[in-house]
Design a protein around this ligand. Structure first.
Ligand SMILES: Nc1ncnc2c1ncn2[C@@H]1O[C@H](COP(=O)(O)OP(=O)(O)OP(=O)(O)O)[C@@H](O)[C@H]1O
Length: 310
């Protein structure tokens, strides 16, 4: 296992930020830590990296106990923190060279690695720029380049796309997938379920410092009792039609709010055909129709009773 953290407890005064949390990350995974703001993602990462003391538990990284002095392990870890941490007085190139130089002393090798990191993050045109001249998205890309230039075996990214424009966000997500394809194990924290679904091979959903579910996105979605949702924009919907919709075999709930009809089926069931048949037969005027499969938000909602994006 690349990371084997067991029974982690971290308290800040009376607040328990990590509550007997186990995190196991296997080689080659893109492991997603998904949870709302304040659920303990950053705290968990900081404990794993030995940047933060914890109250209980054990942590091994690359099979060795993780301590602040475990430099052998640290050399093989790339960290991209939530807050951009670069030197304002250094250029893009100098920043990446500085961080890479913490791990790589051979100048020729370092030059090659820095150039690769610049190309990888698409910063070629900004080599000589200082951070304050960069947009938010480019700054994030610089932050990533600084964390990964030395080609670490394990890359930990803590919410690297917060407040990033869609173009940079896509570039970042594609880049992470590519790093993984090139052999890095990745730990990715986020409160955006779409991102985690897009790039992570296995996901742990956490809430209040506790793991509430772990698995592939398909495994997690199998945990929810609902199946497909049919969503229809309809100007008007008489109660008699609502009553008929509720009678469809396998429908677990239906509601009509703000001119939007939502019919939810039980797991493994679909009601699209019947919904359409009833709407047509009863002459209900409708416009847009779409279906949605369960999301990770539904998993979160069903287990915790609240939305992931509170
Ligand atoms: N230094 C600290 N002192 C006291 N409480 C803290 C400290 N750092 C974090 N906390 C609290 O611990 C809990 C977990 O915070 P943490 O930052 O790990 O969550 P997170 O999931 O990373 O959230 P975010 O996405 O907002 O960073 C929160 O309730 C937070 O307020």
């Amino acid at each position: 296992m690349v990371i084997d953290a067991r029974n982690l407890v971290k308290r800040y005064g009376t607040l328990t930020a990590l509550d007997h949390l186990d995190i196991g990350v296997h080689e080659g995974e893109v492991f997603g830590l998904l949870g709302p703001n304040g659920s303990g993602k950053t705290t968990a990462i900081n404990c794993i990296l030995s940047l933060l003391e914890y109250d209980e538990g054990t942590i091994e990284v690359f099979g060795t106990p993780m301590t602040p002095e475990n430099y052998a392990a640290k050399r093989d870890i790339g960290i991209v923190m939530q807050n951009v941490a670069v030197f304002q007085e250094l250029t893009v190139h100098e920043n990446i060279d500085y961080f890479c130089g913490l791990y790589v002393t051979d100048k020729a090798l370092r030059k090659k690695l820095v150039d690769e990191a610049i190309a990888f993050t698409g910063l070629e045109d900004f080599r000589k720029f200082r951070p304050k001249k960069l947009s938010g998205g480019l700054l994030r890309r610089l932050n990533i380049a600084c964390g990964i230039a030395h080609k670490p075996k394990l890359i930990i990214l803590d919410e690297p796309t917060v407040a990033v424009d869609p173009q940079s966000r896509n570039k970042i997500l594609e880049g992470i997938t590519e790093l993984n394809r090139n052999g890095a194990t990745v730990v990715y924290t986020s409160h955006y379920m779409e991102e985690v679904e897009q790039i992570c091979t296995r996901i742990m959903i956490i809430d209040k410092g506790r793991a509430i579910a772990t698995g592939t996105k398909d495994e997690l979605k199998e945990m929810v009792s609902i199946g497909e949702k049919v969503i229809v924009d309809a100007e008007e919907l008489p109660d008699s039609v609502m009553a008929e919709l509720r009678m469809i075999d396998g429908v677990s709930s239906s509601e009509y709010v703000d001119k939007v009809l939502t019919v939810v089926s039980e797991r493994g069931m679909s009601s699209l055909e019947e919904v359409l048949e009833i709407l047509k037969r009863t002459g209900v005027k409708y416009s847009r129709i779409r279906t949605e499969l369960p999301t990770l938000n539904d998993v979160f909602l069903e287990i915790t009773g609240k939305e992931l994006r509170d």
